[in-house]
Design a protein around this ligand. Structure first.
Ligand SMILES: [Fe+2]
Ligand SMILES: [Fe+2]
Length: 199
């Protein structure tokens, strides 16, 4: 059932008259891939920053475990973005620096602040992935075109939730000014998502 839908979509891309309607699914997937690639890049840099400060402390192996998973997430979205020929966000250089500064900066405040950063970021990212799953399933269902992406998002959502719980179990809430820190980080993450979907 799915194959004809893809053929129709590709054919219509060449038709100016039906361009808006026909390219909508492609635009949706492009947007999803672009923002997820940006998010995973940011996450990779956050954990790199945390490891630079806390790598040799008792929490080091825990951060390393999460970082290793983020490296896989980033690698997968690097692959998807190349295969689907999606343009990465122009903000890649900014997220590169901002992620590292956020990770290292919170780690400098202590292990608890680093974990508070993890909890704040992973909560936003897991919700973001949930929203994407809902959007894809309600608008397109499972198709040959989106199945790999759906499986990837679902797997990564589960691992982001694992990171969230690791942060909670490692005293995130004992961070200085936990609520303020958490709100500031989540506001920044949501702004980064909004921007990365658009430019
Ligand atoms: Fe991730
Ligand atoms: Fe994560």
């Amino acid at each position: 059932m799915a194959a004809p839908a893809v053929r129709i979509c590709r054919r219509c891309i060449c038709s100016q008259a039906s361009k808006t309607r026909a390219t909508r699914p492609r635009s949706r997937i492009d947007r999803i891939v672009r923002v997820d690639h940006a998010g995973e890049l940011g996450a990779d840099r956050i954990y790199a920053g945390q490891m630079a400060i806390l790598g040799r402390t008792s929490i080091g192996p825990t951060i390393q475990h999460m970082w290793d998973q983020e490296k896989e997430h980033l690698q997968k979205f690097e692959q998807i973005i190349a295969e689907r020929r999606v343009r990465p966000t122009v903000l890649v250089p900014l997220w590169n620096i901002a992620g590292y500064v956020l990770g290292a900066g919170t780690a400098l405040l202590g292990k608890e602040a680093a974990m508070a950063c993890t909890v704040a970021v992973e909560e936003v990212i897991s919700e973001h992935y949930d929203n994407q799953l809902r959007e894809l399933l309600s608008s397109e269902g499972v198709t040959d075109e989106n199945k790999e992406l759906l499986d990837t998002i679902q797997k990564f959502r589960n691992e982001e939730l694992e990171h969230l719980h690791i942060g909670e179990e490692n005293d995130a809430e004992k961070a200085p000014m936990y609520k303020t820190l958490s709100t500031a980080i989540q506001t920044g993450c949501k702004a980064a998502i909004w921007l990365s979907e658009r430019i």
